[in-house]
Design a protein around this ligand. Structure first.
Ligand SMILES: [Zn+2]
Length: 134
């Protein structure tokens, strides 16, 4: 059994997962107004344009909010608790849910600067963007 749940990919999200597999962190950016967006969308929420390009983001952000799971939310997380489940506010603006890893989760606080890193999921071809304290 994999150590993580495998996120299902689809036509809308495959550029995100393909980039992560190559060690790149990309989100969509509007070609018309420059707005960055996440999660993926077919149109820009700021101006309605359908001209969006997957663009490498800085990978920098801050913890917008977080919780520490002491009990595994699923059996595959048994060995990872306590684990930090966080909403990261990216430097580009969008917020995304992820894990903050590579640290003692009890040391985390709101506004802690974080940086993306990549965690291959065992027994799969999926690489998960996660965050570590910067
Ligand atoms: Zn736009």
């Amino acid at each position: 059994m994999s150590t993580r749940l495998i996120p299902p990919g689809n036509d809308m999200t495959s550029p995100y997962w393909d980039a992560a597999r190559a060690g790149q962190f990309v989100i969509q950016r509007c070609d018309d107004c420059g707005h960055w967006l996440f999660p993926p969308s077919a149109h820009c929420p700021a101006c309605g344009s359908k001209s969006l390009t997957w663009t490498e983001a800085s990978g920098d952000g801050v913890i917008y909010t977080f919780t520490i799971a002491h009990r595994p939310p699923h059996p595959v997380f048994r060995d990872q608790c306590p684990m930090a489940i966080a909403v990261i506010e990216l430097a580009e603006g969008p917020r995304m849910m992820s894990n903050v890893v590579g640290c003692d989760p009890t040391t985390l606080a709101i506004d802690t600067p974080v940086r993306v890193s990549f965690e291959p999921i065992e027994d799969s071809d999926v690489v998960l963007p996660v965050f570590t304290p910067a």
